[in-house]
Design a protein around this ligand. Structure first.
Ligand SMILES: Nc1ncnc2c1ncn2[C@@H]1O[C@H](COP(=O)(O)OP(=O)(O)OP(=O)(O)O)[C@@H](O)[C@H]1O
Length: 282
């Protein structure tokens, strides 16, 4: 059974003329890693906000269709209840951190869940360890690096033990090291902890390697969907939308054009394998 089911979803912000989401149908399976791509303004963030009920509960507009999370219709379920199922991470970690210490930041959401003190302590320790922030419990969050702040934001939602993590461009405001740390953490959470992951991410090399499926949005619609290697074969369409083609796929295309290999959408490992084969032949 799908963990998330989106049926004929359309949404228009209050006061807007156009719909930001138009007839979206989507299923996400438990444990799956779904990547979301699309040009600026195509509706990626709006879609993310429907998974934990912020749309329609906190942002009003015309909402048509249904979003189900673990069978709960988000229209009939509060954001507080949904936040125990769906953890949302936004672009800017500063907008998500409010407390005086790293530990208090993670404890914050847990205190409203009615958990006993020992369980809260256990969860804080577990989440900070997974996020690689052990030893920083007493730090003042604004003093952390960008990557550490974003990992703290992830640890805070992780401590609620959500079934789904929704990440909306979590690396876009980070330096290269911070970006890599956050991407490694997301990979670990999905592949080792089995957390269903939905991620808006412009790093298509990363999605090629780690996403199970990718959707491409344009003007509020899903216009392309499939396994990353299928989606990244659509070079012309992606170029038109300004979506970066993964480097290994670009090299694969060049080699295919030159008649050296038969398939183009290759990841780094496969490109190296093909190049070694070609070198041996030469
Ligand atoms: N709060 C809002 N009120 C009115 N219109 C909005 C609001 N937020 C977004 N929109 C509009 O909805 C459409 C989709 O925006 P959205 O932010 O979901 O796109 P996006 O693909 O996430 O873009 P980006 O990559 O720039 O974040 C755009 O036309 C945008 O102007």
């Amino acid at each position: 059974m799908a963990l998330i089911r989106v049926e004929d979803l359309s949404f228009k912000y209050l006061g807007s003329e156009d719909y930001s989401l138009k007839g979206i149908n989507l299923k996400v399976k438990k444990g799956e890693f779904l990547g979301i791509l699309g040009a600026s303004g195509s509706g990626k963030s709006t879609l993310c906000l429907t998974f934990n009920g912020i749309i329609p509960h906190s942002i009003s507009g015309e909402f048509e269709g249904n979003v189900y999370v673990k069978g709960y219709n988000t229209k009939d379920t509060s954001v507080a209840e949904l936040s125990t199922l769906v953890g949302l991470i936004l672009q800017n970690p500063d907008s998500q951190l409010f407390n005086m210490t790293v530990e208090e930041e993670v404890a914050f959401g847990l205190e409203n869940l009615g958990l006993d003190v020992e369980e809260i302590k256990r969860r804080i320790k577990w989440a900070l360890k997974l996020a690689g922030l052990e030893g920083l419990e007493n730090e003042f969050p604004p003093n952390l690096s960008g990557g550490q702040k974003q990992r703290l934001a992830i640890a805070s939602v992780l401590a609620m033990k959500p079934e789904v993590l929704v990440l909306d461009e979590p690396t876009s405001q980070l330096d290269p090291l911070g970006r890599e740390q956050v991407l490694s953490l997301v990979t670990l959470l999905n592949k080792e902890q089995g957390i269903t992951t939905i991620m808006v991410e412009h790093n298509t090399d990363y999605l090629l390697n780690f996403a199970d499926r990718v959707i491409v949005m344009d003007k509020g619609e899903i216009i392309l969907e499939g396994k990353p290697r299928q989606v990244f074969e659509e070079v012309e369409l992606l170029n038109r939308l300004g979506i970066k083609i993964p480097t290994s796929v670009k090299i694969g295309h060049r080699l295919k054009e030159k008649g050296c290999i038969n398939r183009a959408a290759l990841n780094e490992k496969e490109i190296v394998k093909e190049l070694r084969r070609l070198l041996k032949k030469a």
